[in-house]
Design a protein around this ligand. Structure first.
Ligand code: NAD
Length: 316
């Protein structure tokens, strides 16, 4: 009999890739997604078009906060919890209540359901944003955590909840701190998506800051692989950095995109956005030694794949 797993945020960027991988690995996948309007839900419907044709995938189109999680999770071996309100810049002001609802309250609901059912593992999608602004690079899992955005604070609360349910109820979980994930179907609000779309469709590109800020970029199939490895992990560590090993500046990214698209970008530098950190750089030695994780896709290759996907998506 096939093992059942649950993926929350199944129609999102990373979640849809993870569901495809799990289905092709022979799992029966129940995907939960409520198609929030953080970005166009039509894109999310496209993300799972292929999955919906597969008998091993079923979609539960509901909000985690209001669905009957006990029946959805019953019989599952593992829950991959990716559902969240992503994005640093929009997490300020009145919008914060959505972040609390979708990132903190929903995570607590998942943990409560796992506690009641027992025997289910959890892989929680966390973020490099839990580290905040630091010059102590590369970032290690045991570094001080001091998020500088409301989004980062909610992702850290999710980690804290996982840890306290582990401590009190023995729930087995792994938290994966992703460092900027990119690739085909990347969220449209993310930098690469905006840059590539502008390259093909024209219009200016707004760069927040001077472009010298650096990021460790992770190709989506590497982030997916980390989830699969985490679901089988039997060791004692609970938190892992997941980075692509490609730490470059935004200016370097622009150069690669110009060369991959053959277009000249029209760049405008604006004020740095509140909550954006200067640099991210993952120390992935723990993930390497404990999970057997190693990123396979270089930034140039990954960007070529994302540009190729966008060519098809935009019909250019
Ligand atoms: N993309 C990145 O670079 C990155 C980096 C660090 C961490 N993360 C984390 O990875 C996860 C996936 O990110 P993504 O980029 O694929 O985002 P995404 O917005 O594409 O996917 C999230 C999905 O979750 C769904 N969702 C949100 N709240 C829900 C709820 N309460 N009930 C049901 N569905 C809900 C949304 O509709 C969406 O389809 C998130 O937890 C995010 O915080 C992403």
């Amino acid at each position: 009999m096939k093992k059942k797993v649950v993926v929350t945020g199944a129609a999102g960027f990373i979640g849809s890739h993870l569901c495809e991988k799990l289905v092709s690995d022979g799992y029966e996948v129940s995907g939960i997604d409520c198609f929030t309007d953080y970005y166009d839900p039509a894109r999310k419907r496209q993300n799972i078009e292929g999955l919906l044709k597969n008998d091993c995938f079923s979609l539960i189109e509901q909000d985690i906060n209001s669905c009957d999680l006990l029946s959805v999770l019953a019989g599952a071996d593992c829950v991959f919890h990716l559902a969240a309100q992503a994005g640093v810049r929009r997490s300020w002001g009145a919008e914060f209540s959505h972040y609390v609802q979708l990132n903190i309250l929903a995570t607590q609901k998942i943990l409560e359901a796992i506690r009641k059912l027992g025997g289910i593992r959890l892989v929680y999608s966390s973020s490099s944003s839990v580290y905040g602004e630091t010059q102590d690079l590369p970032m290690k899992e045991d570094h001080r955590l001091r998020p500088i955005s409301p989004y980062g604070a909610t992702k850290l609360s999710g980690e804290d909840l996982c840890e306290l349910y582990y401590h009190n109820y023995g729930i087995r979980y792994v938290a994966l701190r992703y460092f900027t994930v990119y690739g085909p179907r990347q969220r449209p609000d993310m930098a690469f998506s905006r840059f590539i779309t502008s390259a093909f469709q024209g219009g200016g590109i707004e760069i927040y800051g001077d472009g010298k800020q650096t990021r460790d970029f992770t190709f989506v199939s590497d982030a997916v692989e980390a989830n699969v490895l985490a679901s089988r992990y039997e060791g004692d560590e609970r938190v892992f950095n997941i980075g692509g090993g490609s730490r470059v500046s935004i200016l370097e990214v622009l150069e690669i995109i110009e060369s991959e698209t053959g277009k000249t970008l029209n760049v405008e530098f604006t004020q740095r956005a509140l909550g954006d950190v200067t640099d991210t750089w993952a120390d992935t030695s723990r993930a390497s030694s404990e999970l057997g994780f190693s990123p396979h896709i270089s930034l140039r290759e990954g960007l070529a794949r994302e540009v190729g996907w966008y060519r098809e998506y935009l019909g250019v």
